[in-house]
Each structure stands twice: as C-alpha cells, then as structure tokens.
Design a protein around this ligand. Structure first.
Ligand SMILES: C[S@@+](CC[C@H](N)C(=O)[O-])C[C@H]1O[C@@H](n2cnc3c(N)ncnc32)[C@H](O)[C@@H]1O
Length: 338
C-alpha cells in the first residue's frame, strides 16, 4: 500500500550538484566539466584513491613479464596515473587529456618526473583523438559523484573499441584475462543508494540535491544500501540497473526499515547516493564513512521529514538515462509503502 509519495525529484547531473549546505542555487552544467587546479589537488591528496590506484596499476603491470603499453584516459593536470604506470614499468604510456591547460600542466609534470621518454601527453577528447598504437591496458578515473555521472559509459565503450589491442580469439582473450590480468582499471564502479533521514531537513525543506562529506554524521541510514548502478569496464555492454539497449531504466528498489528505527521515531527524508570503485579484486575504494574527495549526493525526495510507520518499507523509483544530453538524466522518487 502506498503511504505517501513525492513527485519525481530530478537530479539532472548528480556530480555537478554543488549546492552546498549554504544552499547555493542549483548550478548549471559546468564545474566538474572543467576542473580547477584545486580539484586535481583534492583528487591527488585523496590518499585512499591515489594509493589504491597505484597498488592496482603496479599489481597489474607486474603480473606479466611482458612490458605493457598503457592509456591513461583523462590524465589531469598531474598526469597522476600515467606517472604511476610509467614508474611501475610500463613500456609506453599515452596520457590523453581534453582540457588544454591541464594537458599542458600534465606535460610539465611528466618532464618534472623525468619520464618524457615513456609518457606521451596527447591533448584532446578521447572520443576524437587517435593513438599511435593500440594499448594493452586502459587506466582511468572519470568517475563523478555517482558512478556514471561523468559520462564513463560512453567514453569507455568508445575507448575499448578503438584503443585496446584485439585478442586473436575469444579463447586467448579469456585466458589472458584469467592468467595475465585485466585490460581495464577500474574493473567496475557502482553507485550505492540508501534511504536516509537528514538532520537538517526541516531547515532545508527543498528537493534539490546537495553534497555532504563522506564522513558526515548528519545522515541516519534507514536501511542497508543497495546497488543502483554497476558499470563493468571489462564488459561495457553490461550495466546492471541500466538497460544495455537504451541505457534507460525505470527501476524500483525496496528498502526494509528495521522496526527499531521506526519505533524510535525515525523519519524519512530522501536518499543518499555514493560510489564504490573496484579497481581490481584487492583494491576497492569505499566512500561511505571514509575520508574521500567523493561525497554523498543527497536528494531530499520529501518536502518535510516523514514519520515512518512500523513495518513500512521505502521504495525508490528511478528513471535514469545515462546517455541523455551531455551528462545523462537522473530522476528519483521515494515512497513509503506498508
Ligand atoms: C576526475 S579527473 C581525474 C584526473 C587524474 N586521472 C587523476 O586521477 O587524478 C578526470 C579527468 O579526465 C578528463 N576527461 C574526462 N573525459 C575525458 C575524455 N573523454 N577525454 C579526455 N579527457 C577526459 C577531465 O578533463 C579530467 O581532467
């Protein structure tokens, strides 16, 4: 039984949700599209992220005696992953960056590291540049505040098709995957979601999405998280939660609320969304409850906090089209059901 519902709250582009707690107007597209130097510094200084990438890249490059050719897709101002790959023994690294100033800064970073013989910085959008040769491994970090929010699906599909060395046959390909390691880092990225009660909901009272620090104490999680999206880099045709054919999904997730939460007066505000990035089987970047430059994206689907009757469940209805427009379209509706 439907207890109450909100109209669809639209998150046109979750990763651009820069409305902070001071409630700035909802930004139009643009910020994460053009990173500032301080954004690259925040990413570099995100210890968990940078160290785990380094470990995963090293692990992969040391897995085979053969020296690998690598593409760092979206190398950023510090050519961070490209330098990690070169230091881990890559034969050649092509570091592609679409922002002209960042590509120039990346060239300087490569020179400062003394790696100009190994790393070639190429300025341009990966979907339109050409590489001098095909590569064995693609590393990237083009993951927004939610898994698909920076256009990773279309970018990776294109990059795999045009830049990866082809296998002689499926058997060789499968064997290579098993014995010689992956061709993609990360292996997959997920958007997790859970219903929440937000401490300052009454003050905020709006449906607009905003970001909260990954360590915030202002959210009470009303149920265990579930996977909203799972994008597999090795098999980019498969994306759980989003239909492969048109990348559009009207999915429903049902969250049971423990009786204790309802009995203690827990109230439903909306949903929190966050990333889990699985670089390889050993190196997984968790965002929830860890220091991270990635935040929670919070969407208040209710105008005001809503009391949760004992035994009620919370339903999330999502209408997602990751390929809509430039940045995809993300719309969500929450409902309390008995
Ligand atoms: C989140 S930053 C990561 C930077 C760096 N790889 C790191 O890990 O610190 C993503 C970078 O990818 C670039 N980028 C995103 N899509 C791209 C594309 N299709 N082609 C080239 N660069 C792209 C952005 O301009 C940005 O510099």
């Amino acid at each position: 039984m439907l207890i109450g519902g909100a109209s669809f709250a639209s998150v046109v582009r979750p990763e651009a949700s820069l409305a902070d707690e001071a409630a700035k107007p909802y930004p139009q597209y643009g910020l994460q599209d053009q990173f500032k130097l301080s954004d690259y510094e925040d990413m570099r200084d995100d210890k968990e992220r940078t160290l785990k990438y380094e470990l995963a890249i090293k692990r992969r490059l040391e897995m085979t005696s053969q020296k690998l050719t690598v593409l760092d897709l979206g190398t950023g101002a510090f050519a961070l992953l490209a330098i990690q790959a070169a230091r881990a023994g890559a034969k050649k690294v092509y570091a592609v960056e679409r922002e002209a100033w960042a590509a120039q800064a990346a060239r300087q970073a490569v020179a400062d590291a003394g790696l100009e013989d190994t790393i070639v910085v190429i300025e341009g959008d990966s979907t339109s540049v050409k590489l001098p040769e095909k590569v064995d491994l693609i590393v990237s970090e083009i993951i927004g505040n939610t898994a698909t929010g920076e256009g990773v699906v279309d970018i990776i599909r294109d990059a795999r098709k045009r830049f990866l060395k082809e296998c002689e046959s499926k058997i060789i390909c499968d064997a290579r995957k098993r014995f010689s390691g992956a061709k993609m880092i990360p292996a997959r990225c997920k958007t997790l979601v859970a219903p929440i009660s937000y401490r300052y909901h009454k003050l905020k009272g709006s449906q607009r999405e905003f970001r909260l620090d990954s360590m915030t104490k202002d959210l009470l999680f009303l149920s265990k998280p579930q996977v909203l999206e799972n994008f597999e880099f090795e098999e980019p045709q498969k994306i759980k939660g989003v239909k492969a054919s048109d990348l559009t999904e009207n999915a429903k997730l049902l969250f049971p609320v423990p009786a204790q939460i309802a009995e203690q007066g827990g109230e439903f505000s909306g949903f929190a969304f966050w990333n889990r990035i699985e670089l390889d089987e050993d190196n997984v970047i968790e965002v929830k409850g860890k220091p991270s430059h990635w935040p929670f994206v919070v969407l208040l689907t209710e105008e005001q906090p809503k009391p949760i009757p004992v035994g009620a469940q919370i339903e999330l209805i999502s209408d997602v089209d990751v390929s809509a427009g430039k940045f995809g379209s993300y719309k969500f509706k929450g409902e309390l059901v008995a």
